[in-house]
Structures are given as C-alpha cells and as structure tokens.
Write a protein that binds this ligand. Structure first.
Ligand code: GDG
Length: 735
C-alpha cells in the first residue's frame, strides 16, 4: 500500500541552473510536514523549466518520490488561470463579482484533470490510497473512479467551501460536485465548509447527507472535518536554532519603536490587506499615544503579478501605505514598513519572534497557517499574540487568539490595542495552551486522521465484498447446507421482490416473479410471508392466487393464506391520534408545493419527494417535531424515511409484527429455519428482532443488522430461484 499525494504542482517552483527550487505556500507547508511509514509518492504538474528528458536525469531518490505530469502550456494557462484562479478562487472566497467564466477554459480544465487522472492511473497499484488536493483538481476523483482501479480515493479542499447560495452561481456546479463525489472520503478544514457543501449537494444534485456520509451511485461516501496543521517540531527546532537567533538579535538591536505588528500574506485580495491598513490607521487615530511607538511590518509575497487585478490591488495597497506613512511618520519612525518579496525560513521565524502581534485580516481564508506558525515559534518568556480574522478556518481551531471582524476597522483596532497591552502572564497562558494543543496536532496527525478514516472504510468495504459473494456457487452451497429444517421466509416487497419505480403504483408484481413464487411455495417445506409497508388491498391484488401470507402496513394487518382470513393486529386506539395527524399533515401539504398526504388504515404519511429540496427537508423536520410534540403519549410512532414523514400505530412495525407472528407460529411448528430479506430502514426493525441463527439478508450497501448481503434487487430473484431449484433433503415431517 502506498500513498499517492496529488496536487496541482509538485512542490518545486522551477528547475533552474540544473536545480529544483522548492516552492512555498500553504499546501506545500502542510504536505511537506507529513511524515509517514507507508511509502509516499507525490504527483503533480512538472515545475517550470522541467522536460521529460531532464527529469530522466534527476537523481533516483527524487524520481522515486515525485511523479511529474507534463501539460501543454496553453491548456495549463486555461486550466490554471482561466478556471482555477479566475473562477474557483474568487467564488470560493466569496468574491462572486470577480468571476470570469469562459467555456473554452472549462474544456481545458477538464482535459488537464483528465490528463492528471490518467497519469495516476498508470502508476497506481490496487490497494493504493490516492489523496487528491484542492480546487484545481475537482474532477480528478471522478475520472479516477471511472477507471475502476481498486484504489481508495480521498479529496481534501484547502480553501473555504462557500455558502450554497453563492456556490449555485457557478455555471459548472453540477460537474464540480459530481467530480468530487468520485472520492470515498471528502474533507474540509472547518465544519461550516462541510455544511455548505452538504447544502450544495442537496440544492444542486438533490443528494441528501447527514454530514457524516452520503449515498451516491451505489457507493457510501464519507465526509469529514480535518483542520490542517504544520510540522510543529520543525518550526520549534528551527525557531530555537542559531540562524534564527542571529536574525532575531540583529533586528532587535535596530528596532526604534516599542511595538511591532506583523503581517505575512500573499498579496491576494482574499487576505484583506487594504482592511489591514485601514484598521492600523484607526489604531493610530484612536490611540494617538501609540504614534511613534507601534509599527506595522507587512511582508507581501508577490503572486499573479501579470494579472491586472492584482496589479491594481498592489497599487491601491502601496498608495494607502504612502498615505499612512505621510500622515504619521516621524524622524526615525515609519508606521508601515512594507516588503514586496518573500523572506527566508529562518528570517521569517525571527520576525515571528520579534513581533508583539501577528495580524491576520483575511476576508476569507481556508485555514491560514501563518497564525499557527507564529504561535509555535514564540519565545515562552515573552510570547506575542495573534489577532485573527474570524473568516479563517484557523479561528475555529485556535481558542486563545483574539478574533476580529476585519470589516470593522474600529473594533479591530481595539482588539489590536488589547493584544498590545495584554499582560505578560496572560500572553504566556494563552500561548502555552495553544502550543500544547499544536504539539499534539501536527501536519502528520492531520494526514493520519484523514488516512485512518479513508482506510476504516476499507475494512467495511472488504466485508461488504465478501458478503456480496453470497451468490457465488462456493458461498451458496455452504449457505444452503446450513439450512437444516423447513424454512419460513419473510420477504419485503418494494426494493426487494420488485424494483423501486418512480411511481409506487407502477411497482406491480411481474409475471416471472409470480411464477417463481408459485414454484417456491409448491415446495412442502417452504412458507412465505410478504411483509411490506403497502396497504392490504394493494398486496392482495398483486399476490392473488399465490399461496403466501401478507403482512400489510408494516405488519398492522395480516392476511393468513392458509385460513384465508384477514386480521388486524392493532389493539390501540387509532382515533386518538389519526385525525390530528391528518389535520397537521394536510396543513403542510398546502404549504409545501409538491407534497402530498397518503392515507392508510393504520398510518398516514406526508411525502415531499417532489418538493423543492431544501425547503422540503426543512418543513419535514418541522412537521416531525410538531407531530412528536402534538401526539406525545399517544400510541403512535413518528418516523422519517426517504423523503417521507409517517405517523403509524405503534404496532405497525415490522419488528413488532415479527415478534408476535413468531410466537404463534412456533407454537404450531417446531423446528423452523428463518430467512428474511429486505432493503430499507423499516426492514431493519425486522432484522433486529429475528432470533440468532436466522438468515438475515440486506439488499444494497446501507448499514444493517443483517448477516448477509445481496448487491441489488435482481439478486434476490436469483437467490429465490436457487432456493426453488435446490435439492432439499427430506426434512422430518412436522409434528
Ligand atoms: C492555502 C489556503 C490554507 C509565506 N510567506 C513566506 C513563507 N510563507 C509560507 C507561510 C505559510 C504559507 O506560506 C502560507 O500559508 P497560508 O495558509 O497562510 O495561505 P495559502 O498559501 O493561501 O494556503 C489556506 C492552506 O492552503 C493550507 O491548507 O491554510 O487558507 O489559502 O506556510 O509560512 N515562507 C517563507 N518565506 C516567506 O516569505 N519561507
């Protein structure tokens, strides 16, 4: 088993003068900090200046650890700038007005994602874990899935997932979601991002999820929140090392002011650099005593310098720096120091140590690693404080920072003031708490938790695959040989005996299935009970002439074919709750378009499959609560199923029915083997109460109490056919 990490680029900025230059950035920092025992291979687009022949000349250790994909320049431009940076980046950072969507670019985006997936398919082996990173590669999980590689696929998003209200502006919203759903596990930094993603799934694809997992195209997909971290040990060691210390001493000696506020950001609009200057100006105005005493050092790392929008941002930023410096500078004091360049690693850490306040003002930021790095680099005898925008993922993780709403310049200025004035003991307490937390949660822990969750699933999937082999001859022979007495067979109807249809009325019993049941029930030792949520009239129509008993309305009513009589198994008062439930549901059916009420004798159901997805779900929750409160203490159960809320007599429950039925059945029949087959949640009530040793069979992949599984509805017919053709031994005649 290997880990194959896939990101847009390999972690090298370029190949120059025979040397691979390391690149920086949040994703590279996070992934470079991951240490694993399993072999790890990093795949991504080749660095600038690299060619296939130059790659062939690279040392073996490099070739073993990295796998470059060579993409043609024009495709790359459209994929990277045209879509990733001009559509996804702004939209996902709540800058909808900046989107420039061009379908031609989208073609290239698909082509490059396809090319990367193909390259991975070529090098992957069965059993590998493929971990796809970030918004450049939204479609790679789906393309990998289509290749049927027998690998596990994870996807992690490093940027925010925006509110579904914004997301649905995206012209390729369906394609994007379907692309990501190729994964087995999808991870985000923050719970809010996950929530937005689930709302988008519901609104765009009508896929429901419970925030933990969802079903899509016959697969179970897990969802999770995995806030990223950093290589804490490396930061701490380097921060304590001599090179960092030398930088630190040098800068400290030349400092002409009492307080230093530090900013380290790419010069990107998402980082809120203009807001930062505005709040710093507000600080100097609100606290004039700080003029001459506090300086802001902003390291602005150049990014996308060729793009006009970024050039404008830089010009505006520099204009504002000039304005503030013009207004507040004094001889020997510059309020805003600004560097338009990056600095070396140790120098960066020295600046972290020198600064009294780390100021992060992102308008939106997936996580923000700079805040974490600052915390672990602090000197414990005099640590500084982080002032952090609440619109970062890090704000959910770092409990002891001071958070700000960066649009509120005055409020933010006060928070900076508070941080600057914070007593030493409080700073120490806060910093220590966060350092301790981060020591126990490093980039390796982050990756391990994601990988663990990805592999946990493997165990259950492997189990599932074994269970699914039930129909293979070797498994079947063994299965049949264990049935050593006459058989009582409980069969669910919809989804088990007949396929699910869009209109319930269309799901009638096919002639071939009727014949199969005739053959099966002609065997002297097989007795069949159909157990369904349908009403008795419907079932009697379908099974006319077939010698089977019918348990209708989840067992509320039984037609006994041997006695040719129908009995109600309900003994509690229906009238006590039915009219109220009916009134409430009718009210909802008027309010919610597309919804309707279904009346049965012992139950009443409100269906909302055809209602607007989010509104329907919301109203369903409300209805359920209203029924539960309004009908509490009455003999009724309120259940929520697949796009339906149902109120049923307490006895109308497959589990309740089975218990009662078996009690009387066993009094007449001694040795009996029991088999039960069902596909949905209501069948679980039955699976749960059947005696140990019963042959319980679940159809499909959902969670179950059953011992065996069949992949799909048609497999049930295969199994019934096998049962009907099997050479059964001569069971002892019944007593
Ligand atoms: C994306 C998401 C998410 C910066 N300047 C220098 C330098 N850096 C390093 C920092 C830090 C990294 O770059 C920046 O990381 P961030 O997390 O702050 O931001 P993005 O690059 O936008 O990252 C972000 C991240 O992915 C991880 O999931 O947190 O929200 O946008 O590591 O130290 N490093 C050096 N010199 C510099 O001048 N050596």
């Amino acid at each position: 088993m290997r880990w194959i990490i896939v990101s847009n680029r390999l972690p090298f900025s370029k190949f120059e003068n025979g040397e691979l230059k390391k690149s920086s950035g949040g994703l590279v920092t996070a992934l470079s900090g991951v240490h694993t025992e399993a072999p790890m291979l990093w795949a991504g687009i080749a660095p600038d200046g690299m060619t296939p022949s130059l790659w062939a000349e690279q040392p073996d250790d490099i070739k073993k650890a990295y796998h470059p994909v060579f993409v043609n320049e024009s495709d790359y431009e459209h994929y990277y700038n045209g879509i990733s940076n001009d559509v996804f980046w702004p939209l996902f950072h709540y800058e909808g007005g900046r989107i420039k969507f061009d379908p031609v670019n989208w073609q290239s985006f698909m082509a490059v994602n396809r090319q990367i997936a193909d390259a991975i398919a070529e090098i992957s082996q069965p059993g590998d874990f493929i971990w796809v990173h970030d918004f450049h590669l939204f479609l790679v999980p789906q393309y990998l899935r289509e290749r049927d590689l027998n690998v596990r696929i994870g996807f992690f998003l490093h940027i925010p997932f925006p509110s579904s209200e914004l997301f649905r502006q995206l012209p390729v919203r369906e394609e994007l979601l379907k692309g990501v759903l190729g994964a087995d596990l999808i991870g985000f930094h923050d719970y809010a991002y996950l929530r937005h993603f689930c709302n988008a799934l519901l609104g765009v694809l009508d896929v429901d999820s419970n925030m933990l997992s969802l079903h899509w195209q016959n697969r179970n997909i897990r969802l999770g929140v995995f806030p990223v971290s950093i290589d804490v040990e490396n930061f701490m060691q380097t921060a304590a090392g001599p090179v960092t210390e030398a930088f630190y001493q040098r800068y400290k000696a030349n400092r002409h002011y009492s307080h230093l506020v530090l900013g380290v950001d790419r010069l990107d609009y998402s980082k809120g650099l203009i807001l930062k200057l505005q709040m710093f100006k507000a600080l100097l105005e609100q606290h004039p005593e700080l003029q001459g005493q506090v300086s802001l050092l902003q390291i602005a790392i150049p990014t996308r310098q060729d793009v006009e929008e970024y050039q404008k941002l830089r010009a505006e930023f520099e204009r504002l720096v000039g304005e503030i410096n013009g207004a507040f500078s004094r001889p020997n004091y510059v309020p805003v120091q600004y560097m338009y360049s990056s600095v070396g690693f140790q120098e960066l850490l020295a600046l972290y140590q020198l600064a009294d306040v780390m100021l992060v003002t992102s308008r939106r930021d997936g996580m923000n690693l700079v805040a974490l790095e600052y915390i672990v680099s602090q000197k414990l005898d005099n640590p500084g404080m982080v002032v952090l925008s609440e619109f970062t993922g890090a704000a959910s993780m770092l409990s002891s920072v001071l958070t700000i709403n960066p649009w509120d310049a005055f409020g933010s200025a006060e928070k900076i003031y508070q941080a600057l004035m914070m007593p030493l003991d409080e700073r120490q307490l806060r910093n220590q708490a966060m350092q301790e937390f981060l020591k126990g949660y490093t980039a390796t822990d982050w990756a391990a938790s994601f990988m663990e969750e990805l592999s946990e699933d493997v165990v259950s999937i492997e189990r599932l695959q074994i269970e699914m082999k039930l129909l293979e001859p070797a498994f079947m022979d063994n299965f049949l040989s264990r049935i050593t007495s006459p058989l009582l067979l409980f069969l669910d109807y919809d989804g088990t005996l007949v396929p699910i249809r869009s209109e319930p009325k269309l799901a009638t019993l096919p002639e071939s299935t009727r014949e199969l049941l005739m053959k099966l029930t002609s065997l002297p030792h097989i007795e069949v009970v159909i157990i369904s949520g349908r009403d008795l009239n419907f079932l009697r129509e379908q099974f006319q002439g077939v010698p089977v008993s019918l348990a209708a309305e989840h067992g509320a009513k039984l037609y006994d074919h041997q006695r040719d009589e129908s009995v109600s198994l309900i003994w509690t008062a229906i009238d006590a709750w039915y009219p109220s439930a009916e009134r409430i549901m009718t009210d909802y059916s008027r309010r919610v378009p597309g919804s309707l009420v279904e009346h049965k004798e012992y139950s009443i159901a409100w269906h909302y499959r055809k209602s607007p997805a989010e509104f329907g779900r919301y109203q369903a929750r409300k209805l359920k609560e209203e029924l539960e409160v309004g009908l509490s203490n009455l003999p009724v159960s309120i259940l929520s199923g697949d796009k339906v809320i149902e109120a049923r007599a307490v006895e109308a429950n497959k589990g309740y029915f089975i218990r009662n039925f078996l009690e009387s059945y066993f009094s007449e029949h001694a040795q009996t083997a029991i088999m039960a087959i069902g596909d949905d949640v209501t069948d679980e009530d039955m699976m749960q109460v059947l005696p140990d040793g019963s042959f319980t069979i679940k159809v499909g992949k959902a969670q179950t109490w059953a011992r065996y599984r069949l992949a799909e509805q048609s497999d049930v017919l295969t199994l019934l056919k096998t049962l009907s053709e099997h050479q059964w031994p001569n069971f002892e005649p019944e007593a």
